[in-house]
Design a protein around this ligand. Structure first.
Ligand code: SF4
Length: 293
């Protein structure tokens, strides 16, 4: 049937999967089938409802617009700077924060009616900066590639590890992985099989690279981490880890010995006390027996 504007339409604006039968607030005491059956039994066909309500339920609600805060240009610029907007080009006016423009958002920021994290562009930039900082500070060589095995991002350790000796270390971003390092086939393997490679040792030049390659976005983005375990610094870390392990084991053993010794000492004390008590003369004991002792 074609809808006409004079027809009434009922929308059930359910936002959850399963709604009243299997939604997050639905009772769980019975099965879904039973709950569906109950709803069907309870529901009445539309013909049973009066076409028009017998009571007049219409009501007018006049709009009560919120007073708009007005601030000077300097105040607005200061507020915009806190979300990384230093010029008019930074004001994207995308509406992601729920306000029509970045300036409206700034007007809400000043009296603290809004929070900086509501700006989608600012949150994304912040997350990107944090990820970059982590990537650059990692002691391993890290590379992120797309499904064509082109480098999206890599850290300076990756550049130093794979830069050819004759070429100065430079930015690898945008370059084909196969042109930069000889193990791009491992990324292909992960891309095809969807199975991560973890702790795979590869001989490279004079060292051994422990390699892990894993998927970030299935069939789209992958990350590779390489660490030369033959480096003295890594060996040192391993020795320190082992030493810590041995210290922990020793401590446990000492604690067990101390516990056993303590238990033993308590038992000995009880036995010795009972011996002392049995040999201590009581009032009225025979003095000859005491002299013989
Ligand atoms: S989400 Fe950020 S960039 Fe987008 S309109 Fe709001 S303040 Fe401006």
């Amino acid at each position: 049937m074609k809808w006409k504007p004079e027809h009434n339409i009922f929308f059930e604006m359910s936002a959850c999967a399963g709604s009243c039968i299997n939604g997050p607030k639905a009772a769980r005491a019975t099965s879904v089938a039973r709950r569906r059956y109950d709803v069907i039994q309870y529901a009445k066909p539309a013909t049973e409802f009066p076409r028009r309500p017998s009571l007049a339920i219409a009501q007018d609600y006049p709009a009560s617009p919120v007073a708009r805060n007005e601030y000077g240009e300097l105040q607005l610029r200061d507020a915009l700077r806190t979300v990384g907007k230093y010029s008019a080009e930074d004001e994207l006016n995308c509406g992601g924060c729920g306000y029509d423009t970045c300036r409206d958002f700034a007007r809400a920021l000043i009296p603290r009616n809004a929070e900086r994290m509501m700006c989608a562009a600012y949150t994304r930039k912040l997350a990107q900066k944090k990820a970059n900082a982590l990537l650059q500070k990692m002691p391993s060589a890290v590379v992120i590639v797309d499904d064509d095995l082109n480098i999206i991002e890599c850290n300076s350790n990756f550049v130093h590890l794979f830069a050819a000796e004759e070429e100065p270390a430079k930015n690898f971003e945008g370059r084909a992985l196969s042109a930069v390092m000889p193990f791009s086939y491992l990324f292909n393997r992960v891309l095809d099989s969807d199975e991560d490679i973890v702790g795979h040792d590869i001989r490279y030049q004079r060292g051994i690279l422990t390699t892990s390659i894993f998927t970030i976005e299935p069939h789209a983005v992958m990350c590779g981490i390489f660490r030369d375990i033959s480096e003295p610094i890594v060996q040192k870390e391993q020795i320190i880890d082992r030493a810590r392990e041995v210290i922990q084991k020793n401590l446990k053993t000492v604690q067990q010995i101390a516990y056993l010794l303590g238990e033993n000492a308590a038992d000995s004390e009880i036995i010795l006390n009972s011996i002392v008590r049995s040999f201590t003369p009581k009032d009225g004991d025979d003095p000859i027996v005491r002299e013989q002792q």
